[in-house]
Design a protein around this ligand. Structure first.
Ligand SMILES: C[S@@+](CC[C@H](N)C(=O)[O-])C[C@H]1O[C@@H](n2cnc3c(N)ncnc32)[C@H](O)[C@@H]1O
Length: 213
């Protein structure tokens, strides 16, 4: 039988440190929407480890969604909602919004959004769309969790990040490591406060935003 699971080696390395942060910063109830679930390895792992929350994967790439579905079937959790949503942050409304022609039905409302390693591998507007969508979907006190490499005040924090940034821009001139202050400014315009910035392995950050109103 065909196995549609894909493997992203970085997820093996970063999933435990990310899980440790998520256990501390996520709300204690509700549904976590993951934006850009990729292969599905992260959400399958998180759903198994954080059973008091429900988990909802999403991914715009069809092969990615096939992989997420396959991972969810190989390592099932009662709290992992399959199939994954076809969600591109720039396409409004998101399928979890009431305004959507066919809104997905959830047993528990969305209280958090998790987005790992997307905003530097997409045009800057996708970061804006992500945060605007999070404002539309999350309630007051809802948590938006971002993970990835960042510049601080326009400067790289490590030579390896600078080399990575050059590689990204050579692949697509619209990609690149984002300035944390620019991301935070957009978040502030959309009713989010940055509550915590956590240094993670390999010069990445966990950035926690909370919806204020
Ligand atoms: C480097 S991968 C990260 C995947 C996964 N989060 C991980 O850490 O393994 C970047 C992901 O962003 C997704 N992506 C790119 N543009 C997007 C968009 N406009 N809306 C939603 N997801 C997007 C890609 O399809 C891909 O799955």
């Amino acid at each position: 039988m065909a196995d549609f699971r894909q493997y992203a080696p970085a997820t093996e390395r970063n999933r435990q440190p990310i899980l440790d942060v998520l256990k501390r910063v996520l709300p204690r109830e509700g549904t976590v929407l993951e934006i850009s679930s990729g292969t599905g390895e992260h959400i399958t792992f998180f759903a198994n480890q954080i059973s008091y929350l429900r988990w909802l994967p999403s991914e715009p790439d069809a092969l990615g969604r096939q992989s997420i579905q396959a991972w969810g079937e190989a390592l099932p959790s009662d709290n992992l909602q399959l199939p994954p949503l076809n969600l591109n942050v720039s396409a409004q409304p998101w399928p979890v919004e009431a305004a959507s022609p066919a809104p997905v039905s959830l047993a528990k409302p969305i209280t958090a959004i998790v987005n790992i390693n997307m905003i530097h591998i997409a045009p800057w507007e996708m970061c804006e769309h992500l945060i605007a969508g999070a404002e539309r979907v999350l309630p007051a006190d809802g948590v938006l969790y971002l993970y990835g490499p960042y510049k601080r005040e326009g400067k790289h924090t490590a030579p390896s990040n600078e080399a990575f940034d050059q590689m990204l821009q050579s692949r697509d001139s619209q990609w690149g490591i984002r300035d944390l202050e620019a991301v935070s400014a957009i978040a502030q315009q959309h009713s989010f406060t940055c509550t915590e910035i956590i240094d993670m392995p390999a010069n990445n950050l966990s950035v926690i935003f909370q919806r204020t109103v």
